[in-house]
Design a protein around this ligand. Sequence first.
Ligand code: MG
Ligand code: NI
Length: 479
Amino acid sequence: MHDLTVIDPVTRIEGHAKITIALGDDGTPSETRFHVTEFRGFEEFCVGRPVWEMPSLTARTCGICPVSHLLASAKAGDAVMGVRIPPAGERLRRIANLGQIIQSHALSFFHLSAPDLLLGMDADPATRNVFGLMAAEPDLARKGIRLRSFGQSVIEAIAGRKVHAPGIVPGGIAHPMDAETRDLLIGGLDEAHGTVVAAIELFTGILDQFEREVDAFGRFPSLFMGLANPRGTWEHYDGTLSVVDHDGTVVARGVEASEYRTIVGEAGREDSYLKSPYFKPRVGDDDPPERGMYRVGPLARLNVCETMGTPEADAALAVYRERAGGVASSSFFYHYARLIEALAATERMAEHLAHPDLLDEKVRSEAASNFRHVVGVSEAPRGTLFHDYEVDEHGLLTSVNMIIATGQNNLAMNATVHQIAKEWIDGPEIPEGVLNRLEAGIRAFDPCLSCSTHAIGEMPMVVDLVGPDGATICRRQRD
Ligand code: MG
Ligand code: NI
C-alpha cells in the first residue's frame, strides 16, 4: 500500500492541513491521516532567552489561545523561583482562564460549528458559515458574538490587551484588580450565563438528528487525560494528571505535572508532522503509539472528573452522562462537553468575582531563579498544555519542550477522519457533504492549528483520495 508517512512536497507548506485517504484493493478507505505541518524551530528559538520573557514570547505565537501559553509559561516561571503565588493572584489567573474557556468555546460553538449543526452538514457551503447563520438565526448569532466578546473582556481585564506586556507573569499577576473592573465583569455575567443555558437547550434539542454523526465522528475506545483535583471536581488550572479508560477505569491518578514524562511519550516520526503524544504505560518498544491513544480537552476533562463542582453544571453533567451512556466516547460530544464547561465557567467566575480576597493588592510573589528543570501545565480550552523548561543559574533557557493539546489529540483525530471516511466514502469522489464531514470531524476537537504551526491565520485544507497504487484519484481543496 501507498506509504502515507511521506509528505507530498507540493503541500508541504507551513499552515496547510491535509487529509489523505488511502483506498484499499476493495475500493474502500483502508487508512486515513490528518497531517499538520509543524514549525519545529520555535522551541529552539526560545533557547537562550530569559525564562521571565517566556509568557509574552509564547503568548505571541498563538492568536487563538494566548492565555493558555501565558498560564503554562508563568507557572513554569513560578516553579523556577519555587514560590507559591498569593491567593488573589491565583484567583485572577483562574478567572482569566475561565474567560478564555468562554471566549474559545463560544467561537467553536457559535461561529465554527453551529452552521453545520443548525443549517445541516449538507447545506450549501456558500451559506453554511457564520454569515448564513446570521441570516437564518440572527438572535442566536448575535448572542454568540456577545458571549465571545464577554470572555474576551475578562481576558483583557486581567491578562492585558498587549501581549508583549502581559498581566500574567511568573509569580502571579502584574496588577491587582480594582472594584470598578470587577463590577463591570459581574455586570456581564448574567447575559453570558443565559446565552450558555440557551445553547445547551438548543444543542440537546437537535442532538437526536445527528445519530449517524454521533456514531461515526470518532466513536471508539481511547484513553482520556486531563487535570483533576483531589476532590474529583472539574479542574482547568491546577491539580494533577488523571487518565481514565473508555469504560471508566482509572489508569493513572495524582501524577504531578512535573512527572508527566512518566505517562506521556512523544512519537517522533522523522517527517515534520505534528508529534503524536501517547500514554506510555500502554505502549511497548515494538508497539505502535496508537495503543496508547488518548484524547484531551472538554470531552476528556468531563470524563476524568466526578462532578463539575457548581449546581447548574452538575445538573447538566448528569443529563450529559445519561445521553452519552456514561463515559462519552464519541468526539461529537466535544460540542456538548464544551457547552457544559462554558456553563461551569460562568458559575465559577461568579464565585471568584464575589470573593473578598479578589481585590487584594498582593498578587505577585518574587524570588530569584532557584530551580533548573521545571514544568508548567494548564488546561487550554482544547486540552492539557505542557511547557517543559530547563534553565541555567541565571534563568536563561537551555532547553524547551512544549506539548500542545492539538498534538495530543493527533492520534484520535486520525482515527476520527478514518472512521468518517469509512462511513461516507464509497467511490472515487469526495462529495461536498463528505468533505464537510471530514472537516467537521476535525472541528469537533477544535484544534488550535495556530499552536500546531506557530503561524497565525486560517488553515486551508487539502483532502486527497489515493488509490491502491499510490496515485491521487481525487483532490479537494479549501483555501
Ligand atoms: Mg514539543
Ligand atoms: Ni493556540
